[in-house]
Design a protein around this ligand. Structure first.
Ligand code: GLC
Length: 436
């Protein structure tokens, strides 16, 4: 073996996440859930959601807003009442880096204007609106959500402490849309969970609803149905019990990224799409030439998880697509170097997937310490859906932690593009709750 390959192997081995370490992480997560629920110090906020599982018979037309990353969407969704959902119209918006650091109102105005275009095109003047706000927020009612610190690179000035549903309602008024009423606000994890439950129960009224909603995209987070405590948004991206597998790259990334601040979103910084490419970039620079010569690779966040997925998907002997990708970033490479990049990317993604499996086990053990019952995890997000074999990697850690028999009772359902459709379900459930 060449010295280069040895260096690669040693670097790659640092991303191992052995079962014993994961087990202690899962147990810590279960404990922190319990503490968060009773208001004791915990990195898990266990936020209330003010919604409940759908019956599957919800129907009607709902205007939806999905804001949770670099993009936002405004749309119109129709629920058929038998688990069916139709996206009638949708428009996507992209935000600039400047938008992310300015005042909140211009962002809400952009969203409200998109709502206006969708509503006018569909001839909708009066309608309930469901707002998926996929950042930490403390709900006080189904239609009132006080923003907590931002995540995923956003840092709007003065947003913290404000009611985001109220801000959207004000922007809708400014856009002349006062008859489109913000009826519900929720997190994306809750939307995923609710959509899966709606579909399952719409087909079969006796079907068990989803137990957990998981997002694995730009960010990561979990919602779980805790029975008497209701459906909770864990904000699990902020889970801090990661020391057992943390390596210096993680500590440096945490220290050097200013939004979210050091110490916040520790789990998310090791697991989600916003950060995996950045971990790879940092590790590559340590491998030395040819990566250090690339000015693109010297730029923070030059690699993202779509790059990671692309690297993993290249099945050619010479890794031709990896070559093209790296050339695009100004780095020429040999086939052996590209194999090193690919193995490193795979190790980073594998660790992320194993940590996701670990968080699921920690959450499910809170529901049922023995994992005796069948459980459904509704999952959405670009990393879960886009990284080749991510689910299989996550399942490996389930088996490592709870054994094959129990792991087989943990069912994952991939609910693609669930946010807007799930939002409509939440608004429809809110309407039933109000009429009771
Ligand atoms: C971040 C947000 C959280 C969201 C997740 C997935 O962790 O804080 O609210 O659910 O990203 O989009």
């Amino acid at each position: 073996m060449t010295p280069m390959a040895d260096a690669d192997d040693a670097l790659i081995a640092r991303f191992d996440a052995p079962a014993s370490a994961l087990d202690s992480i899962a147990r810590d997560l279960t404990r922190q859930m319990a503490r968060g629920l009773v208001g004791e110090p915990s990195s898990l906020k266990m936020l209330q959601t003010f919604t409940r599982q759908p019956s599957g018979r919800e129907r009607g037309r709902v205007v939806v807003v999905d804001w949770g990353g670099t993009k936002a969407r405004a749309g119109l969704v129709e629920l058929g009442g038998d688990g069916a959902v139709r996206m009638v119209a949708e428009e996507a918006l992209t935000f600039s880096e400047a938008d992310k650091r300015g005042a909140p109102e211009p962002v809400f105005d952009l969203i409200a204007r998109a709502v206006g275009r969708v509503a006018r095109a569909q001839g909708v003047a009066v309608a309930p609106l469901a707002f998926i706000y996929s950042y930490p927020a403390r709900l006080e009612r189904i239609d009132r959500a006080v923003a907590l610190g931002s995540t995923k690179g956003w840092a709007l000035k003065g947003l913290e402490g404000q009611d985001v549903a109220g801000l959207l309602a004000a922007a809708l008024r400014r856009a002349g849309l006062e008859r489109i009423r913000v009826a519900a606000v929720a997190n994306d994890t809750v939307a995923t969970l609710m959509l899966q439950s709606y579909r399952a129960r719409g087909r079969d009224a006796g079907a068990r609803p989803a137990d957990v909603g998981l997002i694995l995209g730009t960010g990561t987070n979990l919602a779980a149905d805790l029975g008497p405590a209701g459906i909770r948004n864990l904000e699990s991206g902020n889970f801090d019990g990661v020391a057992a597998v943390e390596i210096p790259y993680d500590a440096a990334l945490d220290r050097e990224v200013d939004e979210p601040p050091p110490g916040a979103q520790r789990f998310e910084k090791m697991v989600s799409g916003h950060y995996l490419g950045e971990i790879l970039r940092r590790a590559l620079l340590d491998l030395g030439p040819p990566w250090r010569g690339s000015s693109a690779l010297a730029t923070p966040f030059a690699l993202d998880s779509a790059h990671l997925s692309r690297i993993a998907a290249d099945r050619t002997a010479g890794l031709d697509d990896v070559d093209a990708l790296l050339r695009g970033l100004g780095a020429a490479s040999t086939a052996a170097e590209r194999r090193g990049v690919r193995a490193l990317g795979a190790a980073i993604a594998r660790r992320a997937a194993r940590l996701v499996g670990t968080a699921l086990v920690g959450t499910l053990r809170f529901l049922d310490g023995e994992l005796a019952d069948r459980r459904t995890i509704a999952v959405d997000g670009s990393l879960w859906g886009g990284y080749p074999g991510f689910e299989a990697l996550a399942r490996e850690s389930l088996v490592d932690l709870v054994g094959g028999e129990r792991a087989a009772r943990i069912v994952t359902a991939y609910v693609k593009d669930s946010t807007s459709a799930g939002a409509a379900v939440i608004a429809a459930v809110a309407a039933t709750q109000r009429s009771e």
